[in-house]
Design a protein around this ligand. Structure first.
Ligand SMILES: [Zn+2]
Length: 308
């Protein structure tokens, strides 16, 4: 049965990869309606095979200009995004928003410097980018090779400490910062025209959620997102959905199982290494890239939860 399910997951993964290949053929951006375009990155880890194009990048076109939400993991990917936007609209790019500090979401920023937009991010994003600059440069060089060149840190010019509204003319984007959850730099964006919520990596769909910040904070933040009066959600990774409450509850189920299992391990003196193999095992067949992401989550969370 396990093998059958794994084969099924593998064929799903291949189907996703095929869909992404088709995207390349039909254009970099998918038109999801209402003046919103999304590029869906491939479900790959930041590990061997990482090519800088694994997250969702979104484009919101208003009457006055354009907002970009996340720019991909390299100058090359950011440039592809910018060229694809130029095929959709000639309006100026007013805002480039980063949902958080992770390298797969921010290193396309440099492609947009020429547009002189406001670079928008969490109040803690600039500092977090600078703290990680060297480590991320090494990581990009290791995995991206030539594509790492010119993929530079671009810090926010507009830092968000309280919810704020960006005006695109006929539509407004509300940018909301959060306490530590997926990272310590998470924001969401809500588009007034379509009631679309862009979650960044507060929500993963299809692939295993990742926690670098605070698992309890993330579960609580997802509770907050569930109260928003929105019609559709674009996650940080995975397909946009109108069945978004269900998607959030799937992520919360995984996070709660993971938290419970790690706490039980600590209680029973089961060490970190063994817990990496056993925690949240009941979720294994429900998510892509489970083994690598789940092990990493345990590795991050176990030491912090030992001090609860
Ligand atoms: Zn992330």
């Amino acid at each position: 049965m396990r093998i059958l399910i794994q084969m099924l997951m593998l064929s799903m993964l291949i189907a996703c990869t095929e869909a992404n290949k088709n995207n390349q053929n039909t254009g970099f951006l998918d038109d999801i309606g209402g003046g919103i375009y999304v590029h869906h990155g491939e479900h790959l880890d930041i590990d061997t095979g990482y090519q800088g194009d694994i997250c969702n990048m979104s484009v919101v076109v208003g009457a006055k200009g354009v907002a970009v939400i996340d720019t991909g993991g390299s100058l090359k990917v950011g440039t592809q995004l910018r060229e694809a936007i130029a095929k959709v609209t000639k309006l100026p790019i007013l805002y480039v928003i980063n949902t958080h500090v992770h390298p797969d979401h921010i290193f396309g920023n440099s492609a947009f410097i020429v547009d002189k937009p406001q670079f928008v991010g969490h109040a803690k994003l600039g500092k977090a980018m600078q703290l990680r600059e060297e480590a991320y440069a090494r990581l990009n060089k290791k995995y991206l090779g030539e594509d790492a060149k010119g993929s530079d840190i671009v810090v926010p010019t507009l830092e968000v400490a309280e919810p704020l509204v960006l005006d695109l003319g006929d539509r407004q984007l509300t940018v909301t910062p959060y306490a530590t959850a997926h990272t310590n730099t998470d924001i969401t964006v809500i588009d007034s025209k379509t009631q679309t919520l862009f979650t960044g990596d507060l929500l993963f769909i299809e692939r295993t959620p990742v926690i670098e910040g605070d698992i309890k904070g993330l579960i609580a933040t997802l509770d907050t997102l569930k109260t928003y009066p929105v019609k559709q959600v674009v996650p940080g990774h995975g397909t946009q959905t109108k069945n978004w409450v269900n998607a959030i509850e799937n992520a919360q189920r995984y996070l709660n199982v993971l938290l419970t299992d790690i706490r039980a391990s600590i209680e029973s003196d089961i060490d970190l290494e063994q817990t990496m193999d056993t925690a949240a095992a009941s979720e294994k067949d429900k998510w892509l890239l489970f083994d690598i992401a789940n092990r990493r989550n345990v590795n991050t969370l176990y030491p912090a939860l030992e001090w609860e």
